[in-house]
Design a protein around this ligand. Sequence first.
Ligand code: ADP
Ligand code: MG
Length: 259
Amino acid sequence: MLELKGLNFRYNNPENSFELSNINLEISPGEFVTILGPNGSGKSTLLNLISGEFRALKGEILFNNKPYLEYKRKEIAKRISFVPQKYYSVYPFSIYEIVAMGRTPYLNFLGFEKEEDIIKINEALKLVGIEHLKNYSINSVSGGEAQRAFIARAIVQDPELMLLDEPNAHLDLEHQISIFNLLKSLNQEKKLTILMVSHDINLAANYGKRMILMKQGQIYLDAENSKVLTTENIQKVFNVDAKVYTYGKNINVALFPNN
Ligand code: ADP
Ligand code: MG
């Protein structure tokens, strides 16, 4: 479905020597893949390249075997949705309006929502549990509620691939689990392919099947969770001591202070 071949990227900033180098990655339909790595390792940069926000200096991205550059922006927007790490609201859009933006690629030239669009928007609001907030301004709700609005916006896009950048960053424990459960059900029931950056190694371990570890702008390791999550790999990438326990199908990573 998604193929990255020899991707290279640099920011146009002479003070910043960060480089994303030689990224090769293939994602198949129906996968649930998580990306982990220390701050500044290039996770968000990579997602921005895949979402089409940034353009690579070298290499190629293919979606369904067709190079990205041959797609119109609107065609990509119907297939790939992106829940970014940061959002800046300049205008106090309502939660409903934020979610409705996900339907933009489907609207006719007049930009009117059809009955079908309205149904989808309301369904998504319900799914992420913020239907009661739909008339509130995005600026007036909590970080977690805003985050769920952006996830609902990604859902109404009806994508084949959903990219998420730390979707659980602002969420309390209950909502972290509920968002991960929602993503899991979208993945299993609607065959939505998911590529997600997460800092929560335990949630990533138990929801995704395959994990990509990034370090200093490169893919350090890309394999199934049980192969990636070892004391040695966690030490090399995150520089912390960890033990990995398995309970049946569950994996639990316990961190220990360096001593
Ligand atoms: P991560 O998401 O893994 O924390 P990022 O991809 O956000 O890492 O950042 C990788 C590196 O690129 C960091 O050193 C960061 O400072 C730098 N960087 C990120 N965004 C920009 C930007 N817009 N301009 C210049 N440098 C940037
Ligand atoms: Mg990031």
